[in-house]
Design a protein around this ligand. Sequence first.
Ligand SMILES: Cc1cc2nc3c(=O)[nH]c(=O)nc-3n(C[C@H](O)[C@H](O)[C@H](O)COP(=O)(O)OP(=O)(O)OC[C@H]3O[C@@H](n4cnc5c(N)ncnc54)[C@H](O)[C@@H]3O)c2cc1C
Length: 637
Amino acid sequence: MQLDGKTPSGPLQNKWDKYRFETKLVNPANKRKYSIIVVGTGLAGASASASLAELGYDVQAFCIQDSPRRAHSIAAQGGINAAKNYPNDGDSIWRLFYDTVKGGDFRAREANVYRLAQVSNNIIDQCVAQGVPFAREYGGMLANRSFGGAQVSRTFYARGQTGQQLLLGAYGALSRQIGAGKVQMYTRRELVDIVIVQDKARGIIVRNLITGEMERYAADAVILATGGYGTVFYLSTNADSCNVGAAFKAYKKGALFANPCFTQIHPTCIPHTSDFQAKLTLMSESLRNDGRVWVPQDPTDNRPPNQIPEEERSYFLEEKYPSFGNLVPRDVASRNAKEQCDAGRGVGPTGYAVYLDFADAIKRDGQDVIRRKYGNLFDMYQNITDDNPYETPMMIYPASHYTMGGLWVDYELQTTIPGLFSLGESNFSDHGANRLGASALMQGLADGYFVIPYTIGPYLTTNGVSEVTADHQAFHDAARKAEEQDRKLLSINGNQTVREIHVKLGKIMVNHVGMARNAAGLKQAIEEIKSLREEFWQDVKVPGTASDYNLSLQKAGRLADFLEFAEVMALDALERDESCGCHLREEHQTEENEAKRDDDNYCHVAAWEYDGYGNTPKFHKEPLVFENVELTQRSYK
Ligand SMILES: Cc1cc2nc3c(=O)[nH]c(=O)nc-3n(C[C@H](O)[C@H](O)[C@H](O)COP(=O)(O)OP(=O)(O)OC[C@H]3O[C@@H](n4cnc5c(N)ncnc54)[C@H](O)[C@@H]3O)c2cc1C
């Protein structure tokens, strides 16, 4: 299969304008003839639904939660990037573009990233107009702070609740369209299949989570904005309901899955303490603006942190990376924390934690200033750990947080299935092998507010209004298949709960497909995942019935997808025999243990095509061409 990213020709700075000028527009009077399904109402889906409806399209929007406001985007804490250059510290669209490409270790498409940087400024204007309460300076100017991988302050924020405030803005815009009758909102619905008729996406099957009924919906195009798959590791900073289901169903129907092994482990999470834990909590990266990361120099030093003198501490990030210090990108910070703990210098009950210390910042700025900046994060930390971070350093350790991999999409955000688009974290498009902090919110809102409203037009004008309705046989077949899977899951009646098997999968993934990977471990993981999948289908116990609210059944369906998808992740990590960004293959490291890329052989997007249950998927490549930046060894020294 030839993968065509459909990147417009011409100079990088002009590509998006050129695309928009040359693209076929949909006449305003015709827009109301087209119907679009949007699955997901996080930042990407809510902004897309609102914008498309505002343009005049008929939208049907779906989400798992009881309200769009509860999408996982609400958890985002630290901020959203944009190249406004308000602090006058040297930022520009070009610098945001460059930092993002470099941060992703040169494994993203230049044109997509440049467009992202261009529209970043529109996002801030849009959100301010909606009333999003971004932090402001004394004089009224919007405030900025720094995030990893950048030497400028370009992150806009609303204390530690940026995602929540942005989502309320998008939800307001969405609600306006629900009120206007342009968006039909379906909550508590989970996509269980995508319906393809004559090679085009024509609709979806969803489980009504309250009644259990399989419902059928048809439209002229389908957009997936269903988030990331970090919960494949079981313990992660993601919401419990995050899943790979919708993207994986698309993959099984022919959409290619790109770079599945590119998963981000975030350095600043509250460490894992017991096997009963269902979730890990993020401490926002913004804390690294003021917090200093350290461990005791002597591995046997068990004194409380406040009793360890300065000269006996190792501020390992500041020492190793003097230019970026504590604000190195996430992959670099995570690997270094692991390295310290593996060398026995970790702290806390398990030895798998490092300190994040605010004593200097509090001495410099005073407690009130620190409270104003991070108060809710400090409270959250204290509520969970019962330690007061104003008095004693936080303890942090890396955890699964974000997935750069996702459905392969072209410049128009269209998958390899015509009429099926993917936005936000569910696609692979902009972050390469490592996402920089505060760039996911930017991408989700860029895709929804400013990209898809243009790029869906050419598909609709070329393909016209579909005559396919939800009574088409393809819908009946897909719904029946989903019901059959439910019956099968309910009938196994084995001895292990869904959670128990998910925990086992998580351990395999953390041990072999996590922060550091090697060929032997990945091969072992593939075998272990296969046998765990067999175990699941023979021994899982799913109580209850299919005709009411059954959380175990929902989770069993999601785990069934993860048990297949995890193998594709491991396979992708094995195939990519280089290190880049978050993907550290232990065989390929520089002398200083940094990721060592192999641009001659791996400067491409890896895209996998489903080839039937249990078979090895087919491998495709989209070569990455860099005409505007030089591929260098990343250095944050
Ligand atoms: C704790 C935390 C803090 C973060 N902080 C930041 C930050 O400060 N800055 C930043 O840039 N990024 C941050 N991120 C990342 C960022 O929040 C996410 O990448 C982003 O919000 C994803 O948005 P989305 O719209 O793509 O997906 P989501 O917000 O995950 O929304 C997915 C939607 O899809 C729906 N859905 C999923 N599967 C199905 C299905 N099968 N059927 C029907 N509906 C489905 C869900 O109901 C939901 O509505 C953070 C992430 C975490 C975990």
